[in-house]
Design a protein around this ligand. Sequence first.
Ligand code: ATP
Ligand code: MG
Length: 276
Amino acid sequence: TAISASDLEKLQVLGHGNGGTVYKVRHKRTSTIYALKVVHGDSDSTTRRQIHREMEILRRTDSPYIVQCHGCFEKPSGEIAIAMEYMDLGTLDTLLKSNGTFSEAKLALVACQVLNGLSYLHAYNIIHRDIKPSNLLVNKNMEVKIADFGVSKIMCRTLDACNSYVGTCAYMSPERFDPETYGGNYNGYASDIWSLGLTLMELYMGHFPFLPAGQRPDWATLMCAICFGDPPSLPEGASDDFRSFVECCLQKESSKRWTAAQLLTHPFLTKDPETQ
Ligand code: ATP
Ligand code: MG
């Protein structure tokens, strides 16, 4: 059922992102709680482009592993808002700060859900490009969902585009359909897997794996470490399965990195932790 903006009453601010504010809102008639992401009419063009991209992607997606969209509103003033399902435990980042580091068993549950979300997105030619603890939402059933599609990319040559060029598309080379995959060795989908690997390490260790605990990021040093150093590895005490899983995510050569579908078959996720 469609909801309208005037039915929603703001309860509190949940968070601020670049350019927008997310509110906890209540639907007046049904009392259903939603999260409403609002971008003001006078915001800059980058912010507006991002919220439009997010709207476009949330409209296309329908998966239990991706935050659900319940309506998009554009006011004459130029204000844009997206009503999303409310995730009552916030993000994995806030959970890390309030409850401390995650056990391997919990991380296996997190990884499994995020990978289901990524495998869905990648199958629809969408690259998220900003997977990190603060963009993964959680509710009290420990359901984890991917959010925040502001910098995501929809790979444009899909079957639909192909169908609109009937007659000529059969002769088009692979790189015309999908320049980023076939036009070089840059593989955009694999970058989401790298980010997931770092996310899981951070939730396990309690700090960003490329930096010692408590150190503030200095972009130049960090970039050198990422590009020229070895990928980070888990501290002593981590299980062999978890170590191997993270290694499969953090292959520097993107073509050697496992895909979301492959990772879903990794023993770290499929082995029953009781029998280890
Ligand atoms: P950033 O640039 O920091 O990633 P952003 O502009 O992309 O932020 P979001 O990440 O979408 O904005 O949301 C900002 C904050 O609002 C989140 O960190 C989270 O705390 C809260 N939030 C967003 N969506 C929801 C939701 N569906 N349920 C509950 N809280 C949410
Ligand atoms: Mg965010």
